[in-house]
Design a binder for this molecule. Structure first.
Ligand code: C5P
Length: 209
């Protein structure tokens, strides 16, 4: 078929989100930032005053989540990432969200999905898989600049600690840990700007068509 699926995985603040948006616009595909789905569940639980570690309650919140109603501006808030990584360790939450993510990916004309388990679990048959990495220090610096540019303020050392804690939780969990798929292309953006990373990704996508 003419459908194109691009899977992008990587740790927090690796630049995969920006890359995914650029690729989706360039190839005329829809885009889903799957991190927003875990963030959406975490935020719904926090708003309802419910615990982040009760699997039955969190699964209900995951099943009720509307992918079309995810508010990036609200969910991107720094602190929600940590809460999201807590709900993301629960298999029944993951199953509920993966069902929705697969439904999104399967509609024509294809899609770019970015997250932690897209190439390994959500879209194992994706046409192109990218695994985007950068050193923790580079990622913390990027996040810090983003926060400052948005008018906020944050301590670099706290951001770095948050990123390292989240890496450990995401790579260490039993269900769908963050790791590259066997057929993923590694893209180290530590010393690349977004334009360079985008062009490198386009070459990989074009080579498959
Ligand atoms: O990508 P983002 O930082 O928004 O993701 C928030 C958290 O959601 C991650 O730290 C991770 O625990 C979880 N997540 C996941 N699987 C995905 C996407 C995100 O477990 N596909």
């Amino acid at each position: 078929s003419g459908k194109l699926t691009i899977a992008i995985d990587g740790p927090a603040a690796s630049g995969k989100g920006t890359l995914a948006r650029r690729l989706a616009a360039h190839y005329g595909l829809r885009h889903l930032d799957t991190g927003l789905t875990y963030r959406g569940v975490a935020r719904a639980l926090i708003e309802a005053g419910q615990p982040l570690d009760d699997e039955a309650i969190a699964e209900r919140a995951a099943r009720a989540l509307d992918l079309g109603a995810l508010d990036r501006a609200v969910l991107s808030e720094h602190g929600i990432g940590e809460a999201a990584s807590k709900v993301a360790v629960m298999p029944n939450v993951r199953r509920a969200l993966v069902d929705k993510q697969r439904a999104f990916a399967s509609a024509p004309p294809g899609a770019v999905l970015d997250g932690r388990d897209i190439g390994t679990v959500v879209c194992p048959d994706a046409d192109v898989k990218l695994y985007v990495i950068a050193s923790a220090e580079v990622r913390a610096t990027r996040r810090w600049r983003e926060i400052e540019a948005g008018g906020g303020s944050a301590a670099y050392t706290e951001i770095l600690a948050d990123i390292e804690r989240r890496d450990a939780r995401d790579m260490g969990r039993a269900d769908s840990p963050l790791r590259p798929a066997d057929d993923a292309h590694l893209l180290d953006t530590s010393e690349m700007d977004i334009e360079t990373a985008f062009l490198a990704a386009c070459r990989l996508v074009d080579a498959t068509r």
